[in-house]
Write a protein that binds this ligand. Structure first.
Ligand code: DGL
Length: 274
């Protein structure tokens, strides 16, 4: 028997599309689920192209546009670029080609860090591409004046997290390597400038010591997505929590295993050829 037709007055739920170079943006997806419980969440992990942080700006831009185009085709109302590196390289471009589409980006939380620091010494952990971007230079000019900033690129760390074992010796070794210079500089506040890093925040906190405050902007990003969703919430239904729909440009089984371990809600994963 064919499935019943949808009720004539059925209204689709709010759709929020999210992407990252890989699994890092799942840290933002968790907050989105809490802040927008009735929304249908769609997520793309561009894991075949991860890490973005070690790619050229032109490559990051090209991949960000391809993935965003896919999510637009899926009719998402609001797009969340859950990747500092893609935001730095591509968010201006995405907003220029789709001026009607609400797009939320992610940037290292220098502003909240400047408000939180007591000794004026702040560390930033991020990808190489984020730290060298014009967008980050502007962020430093706007919020980093009169502060002593220690910028620490973390090559290899996103890729090690992407492998799925958060307690692997390679992960611990990289966390220690990148936190050591921040300890030496006596920072009292550290910004997680990459969405992969919240998954190892316990290791980072251990390496930095209890006196160091860690800034993660995932919740603020989800709140911004909520604000941009307000006009759609008025015309869309709130649906009961269904599974999030995830795609990966790499192996679906790998992402399914990670999503099952790292997300506190169910997710359906499919492969994406994009
Ligand atoms: N999760 C991404 C970010 O927030 C980058 C990781 C990568 O290098 O792909 O910057």
């Amino acid at each position: 028997m064919p499935p019943p037709d949808p009720a004539p007055d059925a209204v689709p739920p709010l759709r929020v599309g999210v992407f990252d170079s890989g699994v890092g943006g799942l840290s933002v997806l968790k907050d989105l689920r809490e802040v927008l419980p009735g929304a249908q969440l769609l997520y793309v992990a561009d894991s075949a192209w991860a890490p973005y942080g070690e790619r050229s700006e032109a490559e990051i831009l090209m991949r960000s546009e391809a993935i965003s185009r896919f999510l637009r085709f899926q009719q998402v109302d609001v797009l969340v670029v859950a990747c500092n590196t893609a935001t730095a390289a591509a968010v201006h471009h995405l907003r220029a080609i789709w001026p009607d589409w609400p797009i939320v980006g992610v940037e290292p939380g220098l502003k909240p860090a400047a408000a939180a620091t007591r000794n004026g010494r702040i560390g930033v952990l991020a990808t190489e591409a984020t730290l060298r971007s014009g967008k980050f230079q502007k962020l430093m000019a706007d919020h980093g004046q009169d502060l002593q900033l220690t910028l620490q690129a973390c090559p290899g760390l996103a890729a090690a997290i992407e492998a799925g074992d958060l307690d692997a010796p390679a992960v611990l070794e990289l966390v220690e390597r990148y936190c050591a210079p921040l300890r030496t500089q006596g920072v009292d506040t550290v910004v997680l400038g990459c969405t992969h890093y919240p998954f190892v925040v316990h290791h980072i906190a251990h390496a930095l010591g209890p006196q160091v405050r860690i800034i993660d902007t995932s919740r603020a990003v989800a709140q911004r997505a909520l604000a941009l969703s307000e006009p759609f919430l008025a015309i869309r239904t709130a649906t009961p929590d269904g599974p999030a729909r995830l795609w990966t440009t790499s192996e679906a089984a790998m992402l399914q295993a990670i999503a099952t371990r790292w997300l506190p809600f169910p997710a359906q994963v499919r492969a994406l050829d994009a």
